[in-house]
Structure formats: structure tokens, C-alpha cells
Design a protein around this ligand. Sequence first.
Ligand code: PLP
Length: 420
Amino acid sequence: MDERRPRWSTRALRRTPSPIRELMPLLSLEGMISLGGGYPNPETFAFRQVRVELKQPDGGEGGASLLLEGPELLQASQYGATEGLPALLEQLRGWQRFKDGVELDRNQLLLLNGSQEGLYIAADLLLDEGDEVVVDEPTYPGALAAFRSFTDRFLAIALDGEGMCTDELSRLLERRRERGEPLPRFVYTIPNGHNPAGVTLSEPRRHALAELARRYDLLLLEDDPYQLLDLDGGERLPTLQRLAPERVLRLDSFSKILCPGLRLGYATGPAELVRAMVLHKQASNLHTSSFAQALLQAYFRAEGNTGLLQRVQASVALYRRSRDAMVAAAHRHLPPEIRFQVPRAGMFLWFALPAGCDAGRMVQQDARELGVLLVPGGAFSAQGGCRNALRASYSMVDPPRIEEGMRRFAEMIRRELARG
Ligand SMILES: Cc1ncc(COP(=O)(O)O)c(C=O)c1O
């Protein structure tokens, strides 16, 4: 962090705690008659009982039932603490310990409406106009959209087969320091099953990034929704949070491991950062849906950490089949000059075409007629690059359609190569 700049954006510095929300701890004091709360009376709530039937981990019928009723349903129906439902916060501390080996204090965790909300809040807290952010090139457009709400200055660091090129980042930071120039406000990266590039940050690069964060007092924003979609198994790589807990704001998401419609994710990190995020959330949406949180809590009660991991393994098996089908079909159909990495996690394959190819033109001119759609790479670039690349996702298509899709994509490429 640059010592000449305050840590927070001008908006974050202006923010004060909600006076009403700050009174909440007094509510639970023995004998307190609260005339202060503006909550609706629970007698007016519509729901008596909520029952959700789970699938078996393999997708079959006859899974456990989740039942919300009585005090738990009242809690799910009422306003709640901004940080999240206390029991769920405890559960998630245990989940983080279980999957990442990271120990968190109570004040280091905040429930979110998906990790996307965390990207936006982090940007709002840390970025003023003209501030710079380090991003991967290419990167997730949802993050670029969030960051662009506050600044349009990006320092794009290339990705290779091992993830973000930390040597390039190291040179950039060194140059900045030598010249006495401001350092970037944070480094954003997607360490596993990168969207869109499909790569996973290697263990040496993770250590290198943690080391740079320490050397330059930088904040790392670790956005990790594909962590558990680890298609090739093996030992889980350490999270950046595990390697540099005091310098990492980490985002986890249930979108890819339970379902995105729940809109549940959570942020973890240094307590003062999480506290600043809480103040933002007080101002923007009070708290994440208590209903969604109560369902997740009931889910953990029914299946536990190991049950969730088991369920994810079934999803992983599905994605692995699809990935293998796409990789095999790409080898079969695409011209040899098309480059791609085999992803070991996540949902995406990134195809790099020869320089001079225009992916936007390809999709515009031929997608409709050929009946195949990929996302042109430009959508993923902070600096107008990646014009000769495209992202394919194997998450929603079965192997026979993947095969036909790659055959059509090969024809799209041949047409573009012929246009010269
Ligand atoms: C890298 C990355 N970050 C964040 C998100 C947003 O996920 P969520 O549903 O948790 O908001 C996505 C969604 O695709 C993503 O790919």
C-alpha cells in the first residue's frame, strides 16, 4: 500500500456505522424492553414451514430433507445482522478450516450476495478515480465491470500455463518503487480454474505472489469460485489467504458448488477490511437474504462439510467428462495452429488463434449460420487486447453436442483464416 494515500477511498472514509444497527447487541440484554426496533412483527409473516428435498449426491431421488420451522424459520423470515446469521458464520469458519486449513476470527467473515457483491464492495472501499488495479490478462469481465465503476486504470499482467506471471508483476512493482511512483491499490486474481483462461495458479507462483504482497505491502484480492471444481484431483494447492492471511481479501462462493440462484458467497480477510465491508453493506442492502442463509445452514446440518465435498465430487465427475470431451474434440477438429491449455479446474477452455484473427468478427459473421457460439476474447481484456482469442465453456453441453460444437467452431476458424 502506498503510504501517501489513505487506505480507503473517499466514499469509504465518509461512511459511518448505521446508528440503529449498532444498537443491536443491546437487544439481547436480560430484561431489556426494546421500543427501539422497527422490525415487522413476526406474527405477520406468511411462512409456517419450509421443506426442501435434496437430491442424492449422484443426482438421484431420496436425499435428505431440510426443514425450516419454529424459531429457525422466524429467524429466516426476519431482518438479521449484516455479517450474517451467527450459526452460519460459525459453520463457515469451520468450513474454511476444513477445506483450506485457515483459522478465522469471528470478525473476519461477511456473508455476501454471491462473490460478485464482494468484488463490488472491495472496489468501492479501495478505489478512487485514477487509482490502479493489477488484473490478469485476460480476466473475469464481472470484476472489470465492478472495478470500472470507480477507475479505468488497469495494470494487466499476462497469464501463462502457471497463472499470473509473477516475474512480470515483480518487475512492474520494482520499477514503480524505484521511480517513487504509486503502487497499485490491489492485485486481483482467480487462482483456480481461471475464468476465462482455465489455468490454475501453480504453487511456486502462489508463494511468489504472497512474497510480493509482503514485500510491497500489497493487498491481494483472491476470487476463488472454482476452487473445488478440481478436475484432476491431487492435493489441494494452498490458498493465497493461507500463505499471506494479513494481506489477502478472499472471496468464496456457493454458486458453483450448490447453485447460483441462492446468491450466497462470503468474504474473509483482515478484520478492519471486513468491518469496512460491513459498513458498506449496511448502506447498500442491510444483509444477505436470511432465507438463503438459513437454507445453507440447514444444508450443512444435514450433510456436513464432508457431505458437501462429496456432492461437489459428483459435479466434478460431470465437468471432467465434458472437459475431456471438449479437449479430445478440439484435438480432432481444430487446425494445429490453434493453441489452448487443458484446464485442471473450472469450466473454461481458452482458445488463442493466430495474430490477425478477429474473434469478434468471427462470431458476428458466422455464429448464426454455423450454429455455434463462443465468447470473443475482447470481453475479458482490461486493455482492448485478446482480440484473437475466444472462451468456450463445457459446463452446460453434453459430450455429443460438444463434439458437434467443436466441428462447427473449426469451420468458423477456417473461414476466418481464409479471410486472411
Ligand atoms: C471469477 C468469477 N468471480 C465471481 C463470479 C461471480 O460469482 P457469484 O455467483 O458468486 O456472484 C464469477 C461468476 O461466474 C466468476 O467467474
